[in-house]
Design a binder for this molecule. Structure first.
Ligand code: A3P
Length: 290
C-alpha cells in the first residue's frame, strides 16, 4: 500500500496535496448562477445531503443512467487524486443542470465565483463529538487520508485543527457568520435531519424553490434513510477503492450520540470545557443528543 498523504498548512488551514494539487483551477473555478454548492466540514452528512438534493432534482429524471455513484453525481470540487477525475473537470462534464457541487473548503477559501454568481449554498453542520468520532473512523479506513493514530490523540488533533480541512470550530462558525451577508444559504444541522428527515427535506425543497408533491417527498425520504443508503451501492462508496470498508464502513452508524461509546468521562469533561470556551461568543449551538 502506498504511503498516506501528509498534512501541511495551506492558505491558513491543514490540507493534504490531494486538495491543493489542482488549486489554481479550483480557485479560478467559474460557477454558473444555477450551480448549487453543498458545503460541509468532513463527516457532517455531506453524502446524505448530496443524495437528498440529487434525488429532489434528478431522482425521477427520464433517461438518466441508473447506476451513477454519488461522488460522480455530486463531484467534489477540490479533489485531485490518482484514479479519479479531477473535481473541477468532473463538474465541467456533468450532463445535467443545475450542477450539484460538493466542497469541504472553509468559507474563506470558496472560489469567489460562487458568491459573484449568487449561487445557492447548502451547509450542513454536525455536533463536534459525533463529527469527531465519524472522522476518526473515516481516517482509519480511507487510504488517502492521514492515519488516524490513537483515539486520545485524535481528540487533541480535532481540537487544535490538525485534521484535513482544519479546525471544526473555525469551519462551522465561519459558514454560520457568512449567513449574515449572504442570504442565499441554508444552514442545516445533522441532528435536525436525524430527528425529522421529512421536515428537513421540506425545508431544503422550499429553499431550492421546488415544490415536490407529498408522494415525491415520501419517495425522497425513503430513498435517503440511513438503512436505504447503507444498502445502496451508489451511495455507500463501496465502488470507491481508496476506502477499506472492512476496517469501518462508510455508512457506519448514522446516529446522534455515538460519541458516548467513545469518550471517557474525563475526555468528555475536557472536551466540554474546550467547546464552551471556543463557542462562547457565537450564537451557533449544537445538540449533542436528541
Ligand atoms: P457515522 O460515521 O457517524 O455513521 P459524510 O458524508 O460527510 O462523509 O458523513 C458521513 C457520516 O454521515 C457517517 O456518519 C454516515 O453514516 C452518516 N450518514 C450518511 N448517510 C446518512 C443517512 N442517510 N442518515 C444518517 N446518517 C447518514
Amino acid at each position: 500500500m502506498s504511503e498516506r498523504p501528509k498534512l501541511f498548512e495551506f492558505e491558513g488551514i491543514m490540507l493534504t496535496h490531494i486538495f491543493t494539487d489542482n488549486w489554481e483551477k479550483v480557485k479560478n473555478f467559474k460557477a454558473r448562477p444555477d450551480d448549487i454548492l453543498i458545503a460541509t466540514y468532513p463527516k457532517a452528512g455531506t453524502t446524505w445531503l448530496s443524495e437528498i438534493v440529487d434525488q429532489l432534482y434528478f431522482g425521477e429524471m427520464e433517461g438518466r443512467k441508473p447506476n451513477i455513484p454519488i461522488y460522480e453525481r455530486v463531484p467534489f470540487l477540490e479533489i485531485c487524486v490518482e484514479g479519479l477525475e479531477k473535481g473541477t473537470d468532473a463538474v465541467e462534464s456533468l450532463p445535467t443542470s443545475p450542477r450539484l457541487i460538493k466542497t469541504h473548503l472553509p468559507v474563506q477559501l470558496v472560489p469567489k465565483s460562487f458568491w459573484e454568481q449568487n449561487c445557492r449554498v447548502l451547509y450542513v453542520a454536525r455536533n463536534p463529538k459525533d463529527n469527531l468520532v465519524s472522522f476518526y473512523h473515516f481516517d482509519r479506513m480511507n487510504k488517502v487520508q492521514p492515519e488516524a493514530g490513537p483515539w486520545d490523540k485524535y481528540i487533541d488533533k480535532f481540537s487544535s485543527g490538525q485534521l484535513v480541512f482544519g479546525s471544526w470550530y473555525d469551519h462551522v462558525q465561519g459558514w454560520w457568520n457568512k449567513r449574515e451577508t449572504y442570504p442565499r444559504m441554508l444552514y442545516l444541522f445533522y441532528e435536525d435531519m436525524n430527528e425529522d428527515l421529512s421536515r428537513e427535506i421540506s425545508r431544503i425543497s422550499s429553499f431550492l424553490g421546488l415544490s415536490p408533491s407529498e408522494k415525491e417527498k415520501e419517495r425522497v425520504t425513503g430513498k435517503t434513510k440511513f438503512e436505504t443508503m447503507k444498502s445502496n451501492s451508489m451511495a455507500d462508496y463501496s465502488t470507491f477503492d481508496m476506502m477499506d470498508q472492512s476496517i469501518s464502513p462508510f455508512m457506519r452508524k448514522g446516529t446522534v450520540g455515538d460519541w458516548k461509546n467513545h469518550f471517557t468521562v474525563a475526555q468528555n469533561a475536557e472536551f466540554d470545557e474546550e467547546y464552551k470556551r471556543r463557542m462562547e461568543k457565537s450564537t451557533l449551538a449544537f445538540r449533542m443528543e436528541i
